[in-house]
Design a protein around this ligand. Structure first.
Ligand code: SAM
Ligand code: SF4
Length: 499
């Protein structure tokens, strides 16, 4: 018997039209096909999901894994798997370049294992030019889908399985299903949590802001919020499974609730999440400065569980560039927010995103950015070299800044951020703080004078910094007190405080 002799044995029943029932129907059909294949191969089938990009993609990958696990397929660390999915990013050009290189590598693996299924999804697949290139140059890819129909994985894979396993289509074909946009939110599909103690929760999808450099509104569609009840039920369910930290995710969480039938806003949602028993830490990202409300600051200041940390992308300190970026705030507005946040919560950590080399950026614009960075003294920052993204208004702007000028400015910015963030972090040296233990520090840090047999752990502070300390691995997922003995710039060495 060959792979192609496998036949589905179940009696054909009507495919449900409604979601998520339809996907559960296909998960079950796939599960049966997987069972047959496992018998034939005398080994389990294995999947590998590789995530490129942001927290949003990381969360999407957990959903993809939930569906694959429900089909009886097991997780595999390497790409030598039966099904490999790349969940791609396209925010900057180098994200695309990286993915093309890796698809080439998958092609080599497929030569050794022709049964392998290669699927590509995520933001990059929303770009017609990227899909065209894959069609022409990587014809061995089996499945391409986008960000709007990620919930359809079971149905799409069933179609690929049918082609492959049931012999309906003996010639290889690439199945492509990419939607331009959607207003659909499909709830209640399974999810695998990468960590047993922390997880992301989508509160909204898409973005309506159209910052002139950014592809996200094109590839993630218009903003739509989940209903508060669905979010709260998901978090209650997480808490019942032992999750103690949640991160609420959206491209602009401060505009949560717009367009819902019932009145809802982010500050209100946060205070409800704050009341869920078992959730010890609440984080959220990303906050757009133009929509950050006084109510939100108030809810944060009063809460016991919301981490004293806010990620508030500045992008630029030049009012002229902020206008050209379509950000709808000035450097002074941003400074006012920082002042309000620190007045309400003197210990709050503020982190940011900054773009260097936006079209037309002059030395004066850049020094305005440095000035804001010095004044705020960020706890840390993601710094990006501007990447020209075809289709965005900024890509058509004149005065693109020469790469050598951008590089020189970028290095100067890094130096300011490194210095101010190190100063902020070292002020904590000697303090005892609560940390969530995340993992064992397998390699160990050379900075420790290591004893054999001693396990080292990594814990996360409320302000998002990490501390490494000796302890036992049964502390993973627990909140413990750790003394911060030595600051190493962007992490600490510490010691566990026994109660
Ligand atoms: N929605 C979030 C916000 O507005 O703050 C950010 C989402 S975006 C995925 C993350 C960061 O990528 C942005 O804050 C911006 O700094 C950066 N980014 C987006 N497009 C970029 C581009 N074309 N070149 C360089 N950096 C970019
Ligand atoms: Fe991109 Fe701006 Fe939307 Fe953030 S707010 S995702 S930077 S368009």
């Amino acid at each position: 018997m060959t792979d192609l002799d496998i036949k589905e044995t179940d009696v054909e029943i009507k495919v449900p039209e409604k979601e998520p029932e339809r996907q559960f129907f296909y998960m079950e059909k796939c599960r049966k096909l997987v069972e047959q294949r496992v018998k034939l191969k005398k080994r389990s089938l294995r999947y590998h999901v590789e995530t490129f990009g942001c927290q949003m993609n990381f969360k999407d990958s957990e959903k993809l894994e939930g569906v694959l696990a429900a089909m009886g397929i097991e997780a595999e660390e390497s790409e030598k798997a039966d099904i490999v999915i790349y969940n791609t990013c396209t925010v900057r050009e180098n994200a695309n370049t990286k993915v093309y290189g890796r698809i080439g590598y998958l092609g080599k693996l497929k030569k050794q294992n022709p049964d392998m299924i290669i699927a590509l999804c995520g933001c990059m697949m929303q770009e017609p030019a990227a899909v065209e290139k894959i069609k022409n140059s990587y014809s061995f890819v089996d499945l391409i889908f986008g960000t709007h129909n990620i919930f359809k994985l079971a149905e799409l894979l069933y179609n690929v399985f049918e082609d492959r396993l049931c012999g309906k289509e003996k010639k290889h074909r690439m199945l492509i299903d990419v939607w331009k946009d959607t207003d659909k939110i499909v709830e209640e599909l399974p999810s695998v949590y990468k960590y047993s103690f922390k997880a992301g929760v989508n509160i909204m999808f898409g973005c309506n802001n159209f910052c002139t450099y950014c592809l996200v509104p094109d590839v993630r569609g218009r903003e739509r919020s989940r209903r508060p009840a669905d979010i709260l039920n998901e978090i209650r369910d997480m808490a019942s499974k032992g999750i103690v930290e949640v991160m609420l995710l959206g491209q602009n969480v401060n505009s949560y609730g717009k367009g819902l039938d019932e009145p809802a806003d982010f500050a209100g949602l946060l205070s409800k999440v704050d009341g869920i028993e078992g959730i010890e830490r609440i984080r959220f990202m990303t906050s757009h400065p133009k929509d950050l409300s006084d109510e939100l600051i108030d809810v944060m200041a009063r809460s016991k569980h919301i981490c004293r940390h806010i990620h508030l992308p500045l992008q630029s300190g030049s009012d002229r560039l902020l206008k050209a970026m379509n950000r709808h705030y000035t450097a002074a507005d941003y400074m006012k927010l920082v002042e309000k946040l620190r007045k309400a919560m003197p210990d709050i950590a503020i982190t940011t995103d900054i773009i260097v080399g936006f079209p037309g950026e002059t030395e004066q614009d850049f020094s305005d950015t440095l000035k804001v960075c010095e004044e705020v003294a960020f706890d840390s920052a993601f710094t990006f070299i501007y990447s020209k993204r075809t289709g965005t208004p900024a890509a058509a702007m004149e005065d693109q800044v020469p790469p050598d000028v951008v590089k020189e400015r970028f290095d100067r910015l890094l130096e300011v951020i490194r210095r101010t963030s190190e100063e902020k972090a070292s002020a904590l040296t000697g303090k005892t703080v609560q940390v969530l233990v995340e993992e064992t520090d397998r390699e160990g840090l050379e900075a420790f004078d290591k004893k054999k047999d001693q396990v080292y752990l990594t814990g996360r502070l409320e302000n998002n910094l990490l501390v490494h300390f000796a302890g036992s691995s049964d502390l993973i997922g627990k909140l413990v007190n750790v003394k911060l003995d030595e600051c190493k710039g962007f992490y600490f060495l510490g010691s566990l405080c026994q109660k």
